[in-house]
Design a protein around this ligand. Structure first.
Ligand SMILES: NC(=O)c1ccc[n+]([C@@H]2O[C@H](COP(=O)([O-])OP(=O)(O)OC[C@H]3O[C@@H](n4cnc5c(N)ncnc54)[C@H](O)[C@@H]3O)[C@@H](O)[C@H]2O)c1
Ligand SMILES: O=C(O)C(=O)C[C@]1(C(=O)O)C=C[C@@H](O)C=C1
Length: 373
């Protein structure tokens, strides 16, 4: 087992989706986790589901009065509360635990940092961060120990960041299986406007169009609509707080989206107008190029070749497929499995390095697998 970097105990404040996920992930590594939440129900549920133990003390002074003071004095505090109270809760925790490193996982990073700076918090001990992983549902029951596995975890260093704070928060992110990305708070907020905040609104606006569906078209929904609208189920109150802290950046990109959509609608109104087809095609080509920028396992410089294997819906088929792939000594980079409704078979979409594509497809065909590019 890999040695654990995070030193026990740590304290999670806010035991909703993010806090419970952090706590469960660290518990699974054997870290002692203390829990705290303004809601006794969220706190009790997180503890009941194995996320840690309810903190017996909420300050170093109170912990010092306990028999086992050291076991109840956190080395790191992870603040996982809604954005509108994040700065304030970070300040409270910095004051309550004068020897602890404090981080928060809020989806925006400039606002909490500004708050702590304005209120005279100890910036050597506060270092904001943001795991780029989440779900459309909140609360402790949505928490998952493996939520952060393989996902970027942004750490927003600033001028006063101490080496110790940086190392400890990097260690925590790595213990949760995330990959660490360092950037400053402003650069982070610009990045998430593009890759998280605008996509959320575009998804919401598209899903809202379904309210005009009087003919029951929604019942026919396939993968396309589902992919575009999954995050439309997100919590409007939480998102209102996120967007409020990043409004102007989000607005700029949203206007670009609106302008592209208006151009498309104009072209589509009469496709016989010379140039109209090209406008539609150019937007789609730009989309192809944009989607190719979303990193796979090895980042944007590495693209994979993908092929599909048909597998019988029977026990052991997937194991046999992987054993055959293993014998050919080709590494599987990504895998997706789709079950074909109404048919007794599944489709395994397998990504490999482009130079291995022909070999693996030929070898699998030789072993009687039905393979398509
Ligand atoms: N949901 C996501 O996908 C996601 C992903 C990455 C980061 N984040 C960030 O993580 C944070 C938490 O989000 P979540 O989805 O876990 O929310 P959540 O609603 O599931 O949980 C928030 C918890 O904070 C508690 N809380 C509220 N005010 C508090 C206070 N003053 N003191 C102590 N506890 C308090 C609530 O009772 C609740 O249990 C947010 O800042 C969000 O921006 C969310
Ligand atoms: O629901 C998901 O899948 C998410 O990962 C949500 C998502 C994102 O946009 O990537 C949403 C907001 C958070 O700040 C981080 C993650």
């Amino acid at each position: 087992m890999t040695p654990v970097r995070t030193v026990s105990p740590i304290l999670v404040v806010g035991t909703g989706l993010l806090g419970t996920s952090v706590a469960l992930g660290l518990r699974s590594q054997g870290v002692d986790v203390l829990l705290n939440d303004a809601s006794p129900v969220a706190l009790g549920l997180a503890a009941d589901y194995g996320a840690g133990r309810i903190a017996p003390a909420t300050s170093a002074t109170a912990a010092a009065a306990l028999d086992d003071a050291e076991a109840n004095t956190p080395k790191i505090v992870v603040v996982c509360v809604p954005p509108d109270v994040a700065g304030q809760v970070v300040m409270e925790q910095l004051t309550a635990w004068p020897d602890a490193i404090v981080t928060d996982v809020t989806s925006v990073k400039a606002a909490p940092l500004d708050y702590v700076r304005e209120h005279g918090g100890d910036l050597r001990r506060y270092l904001g961060s943001h795991p780029m992983a989440g779900r459309e549902t909140g609360g402790p029951l949505a928490g998952r120990a493996n939520l952060f596995l393989g996902r970027p975890w942004v750490i927003t260093s600033h001028a006063e960041t101490s080496v110790q704070a940086l190392q400890e928060i990097e260690g925590l992110a790595l213990d949760l299986g995330a990959t660490v990305v360092n950037m400053d708070a402003e650069a982070h907020d610009s990045a998430v406007a593009l890759i998280s905040h605008v996509p959320q609104l575009v998804s919401s606006v598209m899903a809202a169009q379904l309210l005009n569906d009087d003919a029951g078209a929604s019942a026919l929904a396939g993968g396309g609509l589902r992919d575009v609208t999954r995050i439309a189920a997100s919590d409007p109150t939480m998102w209102n707080q996120i967007l409020a802290a990043n409004g102007p950046r989000v607005a700029t990109i949203l206007r670009d989206v609106a302008s592209d959509i208006t151009e498309l609608a104009t072209a589509l109104e009469d496709m016989s107008v010379p140039g109209a087809r090209r406008i539609v095609a150019d937007h789609m080509i730009a989309g192809n190029q944009g989607v190719a920028r979303i990193p796979g396992k090895h980042g944007i410089s590495q693209t994979f070749a993908t092929f599909t294997v048909m597998i019988d819906d029977a026990p052991g088929q997937l194991a046999k497929l992987f054993s055959d792939i293993g014998e050919v000594e080709v590494n599987v980079e990504e895998l997706q499995i789709e079950h074909a409704p109404g048919a007794n078979m599944g489709l395994a979409q397998i990504s490999v390095l482009p130079e291995s594509l022909t070999t693996i497809m030929d070898e699998l065909r030789n072993r009687d697998w039905k393979v398509a590019e």
